[in-house]
Design a protein around this ligand. Structure first.
Ligand code: NI
Length: 186
């Protein structure tokens, strides 16, 4: 049960290509997952990637098993531990062949206080493993797909501002959304 420090943009450790996890169901891996869950909860995050706490491994966590009372209508993303992930963009509609990008606002615990509009694939399949080495294989869309792409970008050293196409839609949360409670960061 340890809340770890979250690295902020500018730290070179956020720019690394993370290493694959090779040993599952180990004490060290379970401890890392436990610390990441504590850290995400303490920061009210929607997701967290191991590089954000300085750990150079392909491991992300995201989602929650409870509805956030502040966002009762937010789509529920199940709490997930995803290791060595592979993302495949999919066509959103039946019969479509080209994956579609859609834009929406994102924040990041490593870029505190800011929000930006980021294009992401609307529909993806993601595969990988949980901390026990059991396979994960899901096809998802919308917010769930966005969170996964955001977190997995941390594993290749990408922060969301480097995905933005329109920097006029990048700014401070309190200025952009003065009337709203703060949204969750990823
Ligand atoms: Ni992030």
């Amino acid at each position: 049960m340890t809340v770890r420090d979250i690295l902020k943009m500018g730290d070179p450790r956020l720019l690394r290509q993370a290493q694959a996890v090779t040993e599952f169901d180990s004490d060290a891996l379970h401890l890392l997952v436990s610390d990441m869950l504590d850290t995400m909860a303490a920061a009210s995050g929607a997701g967290l990637a191991a590089p954000q706490i300085g750990v150079d491994l392909q491991l992300v966590i995201f989602g929650t098993n409870e509805t956030n009372p502040r966002y009762p209508n937010a789509p529920l993303v199940p709490r997930t531990v995803l290791i060595n992930p592979v993302i495949t963009p999919l066509a959103s509609d039946e019969g479509g062949i080209t994956p579609v990008l859609e834009e929406d606002w994102e924040g990041c615990l490593s870029v505190p206080g800011l929000r930006g509009v980021v294009p992401r694939f609307a529909c993806i399949r993601y595969t990988g493993f949980d901390q026990y080495g059991d396979p994960v294989d899901r096809t998802v869309q919308g917010f769930h797909a966005r969170v996964v792409q955001h977190e997995c970008d941390h594993l290749i050293g990408r922060l969301y501002p480097t995905r933005m196409r329109d920097l006029t839609r990048f700014g401070y949360t309190e200025v952009l959304f003065p009337a709203q409670a703060p949204d969750q960061d990823e």
